[in-house]
Design a protein around this ligand. Sequence first.
Ligand code: NOJ
Ligand code: CA
Length: 554
Amino acid sequence: MDDYLWWRDGIIYQIYPRSFADSNGDGIGDLPGITAHLDYLAGLGIDAIWLSPFYPTPDADFGYDVSDHTAVDPRFGTLADFDRLAAESHRRGLRVVLDLVLNHTSDQHPWFRESRASRDNPKRDWYIWRPPSTSPHFRRKWGEAGRGAAPNNWQSVFGGGAWKWATERGQYYYHMFLAEQPDVNWRNPEARKAQLDVARFWLARGVDGFRLDVFNAYFKDAQFRSNPTKFGLRGFDRQRHLYDCDQPEMIPLLDELRAILDAYPERYAVGETFFATPEKVLHYSGSDRLHAAFSFDFNSSGLRYPWNPAWLLEQIQRREALFTGEHWPTTVLSNHDIPRTATRYTRGEQDAHAKIAMALLLTLRGTPFMYYGEEIGMRDIPLRRSEIMDPPGKRFWPLYKGRDGCRSPMQWDDTPFAGFSPSKAQGKPWLPVHLNYRQRNVAAQNEDPDSLLNFTRKLIALRKEYPALRRGEFVPLTAKPRDALVYLRQTSEQTVLVALNFSNRAVREPMPPEVTSQHWRPLLDAPETGATLLSDTYLELTPHQVRLLVTPES
Ligand code: NOJ
Ligand code: CA
């Protein structure tokens, strides 16, 4: 297909820089470390890398609290290192997507330091400042002792009220996340321009796109109305978020941002949708909005991650009905905020379920986002309370243990530190390496033809070779799947059949005559059976089998 478009047809691979590869042995992954592994990434067959924040940060939220948007934190390297990473990526045909965190900054950002210093400085209005409210109810519930009541009932995602008192100004400022992450006031024209200039800066430096951190929370209600309440576990969940996100002002801003991107060819923006639904993504994406936004179809049901084909099919069909025309879906199973795919869906070191999940990721209609280590089935590291780094983990333990588990060092080989840090490194990696690293690592899986890594490579290659797998319509062949999910991906010229047996039993899935009468050629068969599995009326699948077939005409 000659209209191959990298962000639509390709695969985007998320790197959490702190945990990917540590070139100088200080225990923290860095940009030169990533550059040293670009051949691996190109060899995997992905099209783009998305880098979680590498900007200067005091690490209150491990990089998502930025204190300078247009520089590199010295622990990650220098701007020259970034330029080299971008150039070397481009030389291998890999695009580079940066994480833009524009909803908030660090409280150590010079903008905020200036803003909080007084009520009459030039940046006084760059953040969200409010006087105390007179409501005795708010004072009791969310005000700070002796400070007067909080301006309204808004809550922080990471726990507690969302308003923090600043003595210098005798006012509260608003933080949707940590108090160390004050929200920027996008309604201030100068702040707005400064933020958009960040995007301009990186585009001029040659980046191919952005992932926008919680973009739909940029604007808050102009009148600061309190949110209505509802049932929920934590304070934040006990509100309907009518007034602290999804405000109408976002639409013209996206239009403006899109124009900035469109001044360059094939640039891209994907939004991290807060309270994601496919309907919301539809609203925020399109030719004068974002190219795409995460709908998190398979991991947005709170802390539940159902693993059954009927539930998955429901989610797929819901989004299939909506993402038509200019709207293009994304598929995400893992990222730096949730337990890893293999942790959620597998027991022990078996990879059968991880293969099914990988096949799903790579054969659905939508851009696959792969999280570093997903291709070797990395599991979350178990952590004791004393080892927790992530602030919400510290706060909500043991109800919620935070996100460190899915951020452990990439497992490259079986040398000490798993090849993440040089084996003679002084410092230990910033988070422990998973104990399974001696068996589960890139080097070992390279050698094993049946490994998840080689399975992933095969699937990526098939997705490249068969346009139906990228662009084809999704046609389910099992209406109410119990054990197996079977579907077609179909263009006018080509049909690929995908069969995933979720169960540990051999199953026979009834197939319509249009399917059984076709001559199919096998594309992938894992675990390999060699047998012809299609009868006149059914498709037979061995336990946990993943099978891809193609009509020979193609
Ligand atoms: C969403 C990011 O994915 C998460 O890691 C971060 O903590 C919050 N936004 C705040 O920036
Ligand atoms: Ca380092």
